[in-house]
Design a protein around this ligand. Sequence first.
Ligand SMILES: Nc1nc2c(c(=O)[nH]1)N[C@H]1C(S)=C(S)[C@@H](COP(=O)(O)OP(=O)(O)OC[C@H]3O[C@@H](n4cnc5c(=O)[nH]c(N)nc54)[C@H](O)[C@@H]3O)O[C@H]1N2
Ligand SMILES: Nc1nc2c(c(=O)[nH]1)N[C@H]1C(S)=C(S)[C@@H](COP(=O)(O)OP(=O)(O)OC[C@H]3O[C@@H](n4cnc5c(=O)[nH]c(N)nc54)[C@H](O)[C@@H]3O)O[C@H]1N2
Ligand code: SF4
Ligand SMILES: [Mo]
Length: 650
Amino acid sequence: MSIASMNSTVCNRDCPDACRLDVLVVDGRVTSISGSHEDPITRGFICERTRRFVERQHAPDRFPGPMLRRDGRLEPIGWSAALDLAAEKLATIRAESGPAAILHYRSGGSLGILKALSDRFFAAFGPVTVKTGDICSGAGETAQLIDFGLSESHDLADLVNSRLILIWGKNPHTSGIHLLPILKEAQKRGARLVGIEVRETKLRALCDEFHLIRPGGDFALAMATARALFDRDAVCPDLGDYTDGLEGYRALVTSRSLADWAARAGARPELACRLAELLAEESPASIQVGWGLGRRAGGCAAVRALDALAALSGNIGVPGGGVSFYFGRRTAFDQDFGLGPAAEPPRMLREALLGQEILAAREPEIRAVWVTAGNPVTMLPDSGTVREALASREFVVVVDSHPTDTTDVADLVLPCPTLLEDDDLLGAYGNHFLRASTPAVAPAADVLHEVEIIGGLACRLGLEADFSRPVGAWKRLAAARLEARGIGVDRLEREAVINPFRSPVLFADRRFPTASGRMQLITEEPVTPPDLDPEFPLLLLAASDPRSQSSQWSVAARGVADRVHVNPDSSAGLADGDRLILESRHASIEVTLVHDPGVGPGLALMAKGGMLRDGCCPNLLVAARETDAGGGAVYYDEPVRLRPPMAASR
Ligand SMILES: Nc1nc2c(c(=O)[nH]1)N[C@H]1C(S)=C(S)[C@@H](COP(=O)(O)OP(=O)(O)OC[C@H]3O[C@@H](n4cnc5c(=O)[nH]c(N)nc54)[C@H](O)[C@@H]3O)O[C@H]1N2
Ligand SMILES: Nc1nc2c(c(=O)[nH]1)N[C@H]1C(S)=C(S)[C@@H](COP(=O)(O)OP(=O)(O)OC[C@H]3O[C@@H](n4cnc5c(=O)[nH]c(N)nc54)[C@H](O)[C@@H]3O)O[C@H]1N2
Ligand code: SF4
Ligand SMILES: [Mo]
């Protein structure tokens, strides 16, 4: 007779939603994963990539336990020996070269709050070298920090107060599906939904209006729209009372004609006039900013231009208004874990340039790298250099559950729980609810929770007084401020609770946590997007795909991740289904061409997350460049071209 139970946990993936999951476990094995009906955001449904996580949970290539590289191959090693080795290597390198010779790199493999304990441990052990910048949200977050002093959003529920919702460079049908019911509800209550994109997505069917512009044309479109608002004198009358830079902003906006700005945006002037008309007449308006526009050379300025547009049209500080990019998912938690302030790092390497920065680092050189919750070889730009940089270090440790391009260059792999086995606290970056996960199933491999890995190291390195605690104790420490408000960890383990420290409507008093207390308006034009390179006439757009979470595929990636979608008119006579070479000035990969009329001219659309080990990694083609501010990565401005495999490359 089999034993079945329905267990509950919370998804920890790098996704805006942080769903509560119902996990059916039969005889110790997960058989299905679905969305909780009780959770106010999850509402009984989840995405394809996590529904299909069952296959990944039981994947035959999951690491069975810790692995050590011997003679080029990863072979099993016990936990005790693995931690002894890691501690000894780290201590030796610290003694010989100083802690700056160790790089700690953590990415978004799990958004669990306790994962940041790894940062704290390495700050105490070192402090060691860390990364600076953020290839995910760096550009957009920095834009909002400059303008508002805070990167936060209005409550999602506030969208039902909006008359107009601009969904700008965001693909919720793929990347954050739980925004959709709220958009639909707002629409039912009379809000007009307007999408701004560079290609066709499913959003068109939902939107009342859906407009395509040229890649990177957002700044210019925002300026054209602002120009139209100034021209019709439809600007917020008290804007000067709570902003700095109004004259500079006006000078910037009026430095070009509306037609000139619109041409730069790849749009007709009528589009800017239409957006201005909507902003003037349909108020309040919310701008929902996605990540697409930020992954370009002028990504920070583009988001700043949207912040300014919202202010100009009177949409800051009002219900139904605001510019929502990121929800402060950590703000309710005690991120110092009761440990006090962390020691400053001795050195920071720019994340977007990580490969070359590791190779160039001197005095001391980087000798060891600790990677956790990330697959930098696949996901950072210039994958070839990132791989070379890691492969040439003396000691690379990767904490991960599954093989990746990064574990392929690791000396030691320490396996951690999967999202179904995890035990942590979670905020969300697409809503204001807080939740806590608990293991929905016993681990299907010999894993240690990240907190236990840190604890094991700490005991070997004389840091046990601060770092050796059970998971539950860390959860309580990190939730201390919530506990003081009567919201205990046990409650978060059962249900979603809205962050009591957030403001449902931001800046209602028109006061901003900037140096002057006023909102800052953008006054300068960023580097203009490059004119198309006639030799490399396509721009590579490797974006989120429903079948994967970055490089974590829930289907076999081989034969899927290598498809490049190009408009038939931009395919230079190459046939649908052809096996071709896609090359940048930097590198080349083999791909299969798919003719796709939904992809705008001049774009080469792929899924992000293809791995070298699966035969196709788009980030091999992408040169390592930082965005104008915030240390984002310029993923989407890479010129590429297609050619048949036999033709000699020029
Ligand atoms: N299925 C799935 N979901 C994910 C992820 C995943 O890997 N898979 N990743 C998660 C992560 S890490 C993040 S950060 C979020 C991101 O969430 P989103 O912001 O929704 O990001 P994307 O899905 O990358 O969609 C960005 C959209 O911007 C468009 N775009 C590209 N360039 C431009 C431009 O210059 N201007 C405008 N206006 N639009 C442009 C692209 O066509 C794309 O549709 O999604 C998360 N959700
Ligand atoms: N071309 C291109 N490249 C991109 C993007 C793009 O749009 N285009 N998007 C960028 C963005 S927005 C992001 S956020 C990055 C994402 O980059 P990464 O965060 O490096 O993404 P993943 O491939 O999801 O790698 C996460 C790894 O963490 C592991 N993991 C899962 N849970 C845990 C855990 O609890 N603990 C530990 N230690 N590991 C765990 C997973 O198995 C996986 O191998 O990629 C960026 N790269
Ligand atoms: S990845 Fe996002 S949508 Fe999918 S289950 Fe997790 S939180 Fe929900
Ligand atoms: Mo991201």
